[in-house]
Design a protein. Structure first.
Length: 137
């Protein structure tokens, strides 16, 4: 366990089409692009410990272990929530590597549909929307 998070087998991350696609690409040493690495880190940190996540990111032919650890620490330090489908597609448009393997399916690339995150993630999102509603009555 790391900081109250139970790590899960990588196979469970494969329930997400996005994460399965990114894991396959990393396993073959592909450059998944800046936003691919960001999505992988934002999602993966809730399921893998730091060393395992850094190990996967380091398989990217254009991204070393030091860069991978720095990205992990940045995402962890800012406590970024996993991105929604729309954000993944927006980021994908800014790079060559396709983060979302099937953009034709409106249900594809929704990590919240495919994976079960720690309860704190859902609570944080709910608090954000409540604050937004209060600010804009």
């Amino acid at each position: 366990m790391e900081r109250g998070r139970e790590t899960v087998p990588v196979d469970e991350l494969r329930n997400s089409d996005v994460m399965s696609h990114l894991l396959d690409a990393l396993d073959t040493g592909q450059d998944i692009g800046h936003y691919g690495r960001l999505v992988f880190t934002m999602v993966g940190r809730h399921f893998m410990d730091e060393d395992e996540l850094v190990g996967y990111l380091s398989k990217d032919k254009d991204f070393g272990e030091q860069e991978a650890r720095a990205l992990y620490l940045q995402v962890e330090g800012h406590d970024y929530n996993p991105p929604k489908r729309d954000k993944i597609l927006e980021w994908q448009a800014q790079q060559d590597f396709p983060i979302c393997p099937n953009t034709d399916d409106p249900n594809a690339c929704n990590v919240y549909r495919d994976l079960r995150f720690p309860d704190g993630i859902y609570e944080h999102i709910q608090e954000f929307y409540e604050e937004q509603a209060e600010a804009h009555p």
